[in-house]
Write a protein that binds this ligand. Structure first.
Ligand SMILES: [Fe+2]
Length: 287
């Protein structure tokens, strides 16, 4: 019975996007499709005493789970790029799952123009972007991203330095598709004043909190906010923790975690009870 269900799921995941991808997202009458097409910019201020004064007012633009392909088209992808650039953030973070498949992820980065050279743009990969079945894909994506002025972090840390203080951006490999190296990130971020952790999936959070990595703020995606949510509960969760990290802000062991509901959709171009969103986050220091 389980094998039959898995087979049905697999076939549905292949057929549904092609069948439903053509449904227009502009008619309110087709509300779940309409909702999937309404991209919101969510503004948040994160107040923390851990932030050095030099980074007070630092802005982050964040977008995750674009899922470019049959369900998220060329015009939507280009409009998303323009919106991200228009946010004029100090740091732009791309949270993974750029395509419905690794080929679509590559297609997304071929399609978009380069980010302006004066911007800092970092990215991590999500479970839809690569994995053991796609050898060499991470490096192909890295090369494509470099042409668009995007720095891909694969178990790597980027340091942003202001007036002698350091903000470390720690990008692990995806917990489902690869092997995150939290101890390597911990070593690279050891001297930093503020640590921003940017895993694709919040499923890494419990493991990260047990590791040597001391992060202040994590920005994640992956869950799509549950995508189809009824009475606060998702119909299906892509997280091994169910709805524990479905969407929004969490605090665990003194670390703050934000989970975005994401830009695109998976399998079905529909949302109920969730919003397609990108984020503009302002970091503020409080005494
Ligand atoms: Fe996703």
């Amino acid at each position: 019975m389980k094998k039959l269900l898995d087979l049905i799921k697999h076939v549905a995941s292949l057929v549904a996007p092609r069948l439903l991808g053509w449904v227009p997202k502009r008619f309110k009458l087709l509300y779940p499709f309409y909702l999937a097409g309404q991209l919101h910019t969510v503004e948040d201020t994160h107040m923390t005493p851990a932030l050095p004064a030099e980074f007070d007012g630092f802005t982050i633009a964040y977008a995750s789970d674009i899922h470019y392909g049959p369900l998220f088209h060329r015009e939507e992808a280009l409009a998303l790029f323009d919106r991200l650039v228009a946010l004029q953030a100090d740091l732009t973070v791309l949270g993974g799952d750029y395509g419905n498949s690794p080929e679509n992820a590559l297609g997304f980065f071929e399609l978009i123009p380069p980010f302006p050279k004066d911007r800092q743009v970092v990215a991590v990969l999500g479970n839809h972007d690569y994995g053991p079945d796609w050898p060499g894909m991470a490096e192909r994506l890295r090369a494509q991203m470099e042409q668009k002025n995007i720095r891909l972090l694969l178990n790597q840390t980027m340091l942003v330095i202001r007036g002698g203080t350091t903000l470390a951006v720690c990008g692990p490999e995806d917990i489902r598709s690869s092997q995150p190296d939290l101890e390597a990130l911990a070593r690279e971020a050891a001297e930093a004043d503020f640590v921003l952790f940017i895993p694709h999936s919040p499923d890494i959070i419990p493991k990260a909190l047990e590791s040597s990595l001391r992060f202040h703020l994590a920005l994640c995606g992956h869950t799509h906010g549950g995508q189809l949510v009824f009475f606060g509960r998702s119909l299906h969760s892509s997280s091994v923790y169910g709805d524990r990290y479905r969407a929004g802000w969490y605090e665990e062991n003194g670390a703050y975690i934000h989970v975005s509901e994401g830009v695109g959709t998976s399998i079905l171009p529909m949302r109920i009870g969730t919003r397609a969103q990108i984020h503009r986050l302002i970091l503020r220091r409080v005494a």
